[in-house]
Design a protein around this ligand. Structure first.
Ligand SMILES: NC(=O)c1ccc[n+]([C@@H]2O[C@H](COP(=O)([O-])OP(=O)(O)OC[C@H]3O[C@@H](n4cnc5c(N)ncnc54)[C@H](OP(=O)(O)O)[C@@H]3O)[C@@H](O)[C@H]2O)c1
Ligand SMILES: [Zn+2]
Length: 342
């Protein structure tokens, strides 16, 4: 059996380890993808730390994968060897529950599949995925740029495009990391008055270069109050990993304003009804998107020039890249590359 290199965790909380594994074959309805690049998303910590219920270990994390279809299993129509594809968080769904039949695949009730959690992900030279998980990469996008668009990109693009904000309205992006630096670019390209909020001064110049019209340093001022002074936001997407930090921006919502939580935090968020009632404000969550949303994200990025800012590292340095991200030192996305597959 031919072998491949992969980086896996043997048990919840265990280290990321480079191993040799057999190259898997695609079964009925599956395809094998030769992975060229895979971004390291903060949500990979769910696999590494074991915070997602029911993970079977050892598990290979990674849901920002980009590569080439290498082998096609039975019953797969429409995909062929050589197609350039991306695989995100959405790894397929049942296709027949009420939500799926309404086209709401990301909210599947029966068999939601998550790359790097339900099956082995993109920290590897090959991965086998359900055909529903595939998004076609436009020719204009490189594999290393496509990877981060498969989660950080689609999550911010999809939440913003469904947020109800209109051209010229004030939209804030809270937390300028992997998700946030793409969120700023999408918000500005969608025609919103875009405000970036992050801790400290050092991200200000970068955020403005990415398209932010204004910047709030949340360590210098209360970010909610600063937003309110600007007129109040129609939408705030918050990508931070801390619940108490999310609560700090709530006061920045304008009339009909919506706080959309993208960051995943177990910490409860304190909000009173009085903060919401008068201005008809709301607090909501948003899960990335299905594979067609990833395809839309990539096409919009080509159309408008959105690209992730990346730091490339070879697969064998995955543990180092993961630590860089967890320490909030990645600028802004670490992307693993598979030299053997170049
Ligand atoms: N909803 C979804 O579908 C979805 C999809 C992907 C990721 N996520 C989640 O979204 C979050 C962001 O992911 P990412 O990949 O962008 O992570 P990342 O690159 O590590 O960025 C995390 C951001 O969180 C902020 N942060 C970290 N610790 C903080 C603290 N103690 N107080 C305030 N802010 C803090 C930082 O803000 P500053 O810029 O101010 O330093 C940083 O920009 C994660 O929780 C991830 O699991 C959700
Ligand atoms: Zn992710």
């Amino acid at each position: 059996m031919a072998k491949m290199r992969a980086v896996q965790v043997a048990k919840a909380g265990g280290p990321l380890e480079l191993v040799e594994k057999e190259i898997p074959d695609p079964g009925l309805g599956y395809v094998r993808v030769k992975v060229h690049a895979c971004g390291i998303c903060h949500s990979d910590s769910l696999t590494v730390e074991g915070h997602w219920p029911g993970i079977h270990y050892p598990r290979v994390p990674g849901h920002e994968a980009a590569g080439v279809v290498d082998a096609v299993g039975g019953g797969v129509l429409g995909w062929k060897a050589g197609d350039r594809v991306g695989i995100g968080w959405f790894g397929g769904s049942c296709g027949y529950c009420d939500r799926c039949r309404r086209g709401d695949f990301i909210a599947c009730l029966i068999n939601p599949q998550v790359s790097g959690i339900s099956f082995d992900g993109g920290y590897a030279e090959y991965m086998v995925v359900p055909k529903e998980a595939l998004a076609l990469i436009p020719d204009e996008l490189s594999f290393v740029d496509a990877g981060p668009l498969m989660c950080a990109g689609v999550t911010t693009f999809n939440s913003l495009r469904h947020s109800g904000a209109g051209p010229g309205e004030l939209v804030a992006v809270h937390g300028i990391g992997g998700l946030g630096h793409l969120g700023v670019q999408f918000a500005a390209r969608m025609g919103f008055r875009t405000v970036a909020i992050a801790r400290g001064k050092d991200k200000e110049a970068l955020a403005k270069k990415l398209g932010a019209h204004e910047y709030i340093d949340s360590t210098a001022v209360n970010p909610g109050e600063a937003l309110a002074k600007m007129g109040g936001a129609k939408v705030i997407i918050t990508t931070v990993t801390s619940g108490s930090a999310m609560a700090e921006v709530l006061g920045g919502l304008g009339v009909d304003g919506k706080l959309i939580m993208l960051g995943a935090s177990p910490e409860p968020i304190s909000v009173t009804s009085l903060q919401l009632i008068g201005g008809r404000k709301s607090v909501a969550g948003w899960p990335s998107g299905a594979s067609i949303d990833s395809q839309d994200t990539m096409n919009f990025s080509v159309l408008t020039g959105v690209r992730p800012m990346i730091q490339q590292m070879p697969l064998e340095r995955a543990a180092e890249g993961y630590k860089l991200m967890m320490d909030n030192k990645a600028r802004f996305r670490v992307v693993l590359t598979m030299a053997g597959n170049a």
